[in-house]
Design a protein around this ligand. Sequence first.
Ligand SMILES: C[S@@+](CC[C@H](N)C(=O)[O-])C[C@H]1O[C@@H](n2cnc3c(N)ncnc32)[C@H](O)[C@@H]1O
Length: 253
Amino acid sequence: MNKLKYTFGIIVCAIIASCSVVKDGSNTKNTNKDERPSLDELCAKYSSDKCHQGHNFIHFYDRLLSPQRDSVKRFFEIGILNGASHLMWRDFFPQAEIFGIDLKDYSIQAEKDGINTFVADQSNRADLQRFINKYGGNFDVILDDGGHAMDHQQVSFGFLFQFLKPGGYYIIEDVHTSLPTYYPDPDFKVNETGSNTTLLMIEWYIRSSKMVSEYLTKEEMAYLEKNIESVELTYRTTRLHSTMCIIQKKFEE
Ligand SMILES: C[S@@+](CC[C@H](N)C(=O)[O-])C[C@H]1O[C@@H](n2cnc3c(N)ncnc32)[C@H](O)[C@@H]1O
């Protein structure tokens, strides 16, 4: 009788095991593994400057966003250019609608590819409001890869944070434009003393829990102070100093 039970047990185990593996010739693959293209592979496919050979932000995105691959529904990135990153996000998040704004009109190309685009200056609240009026808010992720000037980064952050869903992420790329080595570049609009930089705003918030920016309204600063869950600054010792900031919104307002 015991021998019969033992044999039965072995057969059951073998059936369970055969359900969780697929045999293909010499290899045995675990069906639990995600066989879809990784973020790395999609980054390389579309040649975004977020890849390893560029700013390598993809390393942080993989860690942060891969666990949410099947739950992200609304992804908004500022700055379209040739659409490389928007296509990457579209292919990465199967459930998500992808949105983009840019100073230039990329609608013909992007909308053919299933991306919702809108012409807007990210430093202009009226433009941003028009975008929200058309497409709504409640974004899982808002990513700023636009002009990288101090007013661009801070006005967008101050205005758009309210349109993140609870627990969502606001990401500012290229915060390294706040570093002294970039001060001479007029495009980034750093003042003589560097007192208006995005990096200083973030660092001061981390030190004091106070959001201080000459570009934000009092209401925006108060909203941020009340609704930020966490702030993560990443710095790379690369030629580009590629620095980004990931700000998570509280789950409950
Ligand atoms: C770095 S590119 C975006 C690259 C794209 N996100 C990618 O990874 O493939 C920056 C884009 O931001 C746009 N841009 C610059 N200033 C802007 C502003 N004030 N408002 C909106 N877009 C802006 C530029 O026209 C350009 O297309």
